[in-house]
Design a protein around this ligand. Structure first.
Ligand code: NAD
Length: 491
């Protein structure tokens, strides 16, 4: 009877998590990670699922069975070892699918130097990359439209921007960080990256105690690689974040040391940032630190901050003791080269201890962030201002195309511009501009006229009648009286 009561007590404090041991070095680093966190007192119950190579090769192109989704969604917390995505065969990346299906909009990657114990050119680096995780070019909407041209749609949404930017500022506030920097390329992508930057400026005003700044991504990335100590928290759209978070992890000393949290409103997934390193599999050599860092973020997320802190300080102490796996082992700095299991045992032996030279961590205020849900704004005034008709045309002379496409003009709706890959080639283009077979023909109403959707249908009907290969249209709108489409380059 007594035993029963004790068990119930324990179970009430337990958090059920889903784990997947993955492929390659995955099972070894997962075993090491679980051994460490359980030895530290993590109160978790584990549901294991199978994902990755075996599932792909059994004919499931998403790498995960539907029953596994049920378990992940029920438990809401997922610790995932790296998996191998087989080459070719149309296999979809399980990571991208998981992030999008579960709405894991925020990818958080702390990148901190462990100087002088892990060799790095940047001894005082301590940055956190907050990467938008669901949209941008990763919407994966791609089409071939002509013999010569394929496109990928870059989708950026206001809710997407608001959620990730607010997450970055809330994270900075919780972690007592001083500055949030935004990286975009809004000098070129004025609509998409422009929205991200605009939302950043709006939300930054709500956090006056935190410094904020914006850098154009190219020079910002160069500065980060050269002088990372100039940055603290950096928030950015998906693609830039994907690239730069690997750069940031690598310049701390090794990608093998970094973990990552993927946070959504309902669920969260934690992982190492590296892959399954198949050539190292089964040899007890892999460094489990990346996944362990993911697990530390998971423990914080589920409110077991004391356990997270204990693990992190023991891990720092172990690195400080010079007990290193092959990937960070260096004569002179390291003391002992160890395998995966031995490294885990060394961390376990250090549980309860703190590093003496590296700064110990304190996670007292580190529980999961609770952000307000996105509130849809009142609708804007939206007005049709024209249409871009894209055509597949194998000719090379823009004047010739203009004379053909002018046949589609309507009363009061005229052809105003032709571009090729965004560059204006008519009227008054340069003969030097190289042209592909993919042309954008812009129709706009003349002064005193307007355009409606039926006009667009008439233009398309005209294209059909004239044997012009129309491949798509894009409507040109103004929102709240502001034109909301790009001009042609050179216009
Ligand atoms: P990788 O990260 O697996 O390996 C790159 C290099 O880093 C290798 O030389 C490897 O030996 C070393 N390395 C990586 N992790 C290490 C560790 N923990 N300890 C010691 N050394 C380590 O990248 P890759 O070789 O390009 O990809 C291998 C597979 O992993 C591919 O199938 C890829 O699709 C997959 N992948 C999965 C994830 C994920 O599941 N999150 C991420 C990236 C790549």
């Amino acid at each position: 009877m007594q035993l029963c009561v004790v068990n119930q007590k324990i179970n009430r404090n337990m958090t059920k998590i889903t784990i997947a041991k993955g492929d390659g070095i995955g099972p070894e680093i997962m075993d090491a990670t679980l051994e460490i966190i359980l030895a530290a007192g993590a109160k978790i119950e584990i549901d294991e699922i199978e994902v990755g190579e075996k599932v792909y090769l059994a004919g499931n192109t998403s790498g995960i069975a539907s029953e596994a989704w049920d378990i992940i969604r029920r438990n809401k917390v997922f610790l995932k070892a790296p998996i191998t995505t087989p080459q070719g065969g149309g296999y979809k990346s399980l990571n991208v699918t998981t992030r999008k299906f579960l709405g894991l909009y925020s990818n958080v990657r702390p990148c901190r130097s462990l100087h002088p114990f892990v060799s790095t050119k940047h001894p005082v680096m301590d940055i956190v990359i907050v990467r938008e995780n669901e949209e941008d070019l990763y919407a994966g909407i791609e089409h071939q439209q002509t013999d010569e041209v394929v496109q990928c749609l870059k989708l950026i949404s206001r809710p997407g921007c608001e959620k990730i930017v607010r997450y970055a500022f809330e994270y900075a506030r919780q972690q007592n960080r001083k500055k949030v920097t935004c990286f975009t390329k809004d000098n070129i992508m004025k609509q998409t990256d422009g929205l991200f930057h605009q939302v950043f400026d709006e939300i930054a005003r709500e956090y006056p105690e935190i410094e904020n700044e914006h850098w154009i991504i190219d020079i910002g990335a160069a500065k980060m690689a050269d002088t990372p100590e100039a940055f603290d928290v950096i928030v950015m759209p998906n693609l830039y974040g994907d690239v730069l978070s690997d750069v940031a992890a690598q310049i701390t000393g090794s990608v093998g040391l970094a973990g990552s949290a993927n946070i959504g409103e309902e669920c969260a997934m934690f992982e190492a940032i590296h892959g399954s390193a198949p050539r190292r599999a089964g040899q007890n050599v892999a460094n489990p630190s990346g996944l362990l860092q993911g697990a530390v973020m998971m423990l914080n997320h589920i409110g077991q901050t004391d356990v997270a802190e204990k693990v992190q300080n023991a891990w720092l102490k172990t690195l400080e003791d010079g007990i290193h796996t092959y990937d960070i082992y260096k004569e002179g700095t390291s003391k002992q080269k160890v395998g995966t299991k031995e490294f885990a045992q060394a961390v376990i032996a250090n549980l309860g201890q703190k590093p003496t030279i590296l700064k110990p961590v304190s996670y007292a205020n580190n529980a999961a962030l609770s952000l307000p849900k996105y509130q849809r704004k009142s609708p804007m005034k939206k007005e049709l201002m024209g249409v871009d008709l894209f055509v597949h045309w194998p000719g090379t002379e823009p004047d010739e195309l203009a004379s053909i496409v002018k046949k589609l003009e309507l009363d009061g709706v005229k052809l105003t511009m032709i571009t090729n890959r965004g560059i204006k080639v008519w009227p008054e283009g340069f003969k030097e501009t190289f042209c592909t077979d993919h042309w954008r023909c812009r129709f706009k109403p003349e002064q005193g006229h307007s355009i409606g959707k039926s006009d667009i249908i008439r233009i398309l009907q005209g294209a059909l009648d004239q044997n012009i290969d129309a491949i798509k249209t894009e409507n040109l709108y103004s929102f709240n009286d502001k034109p909301a489409f790009s001009l042609g380059q050179g216009q």
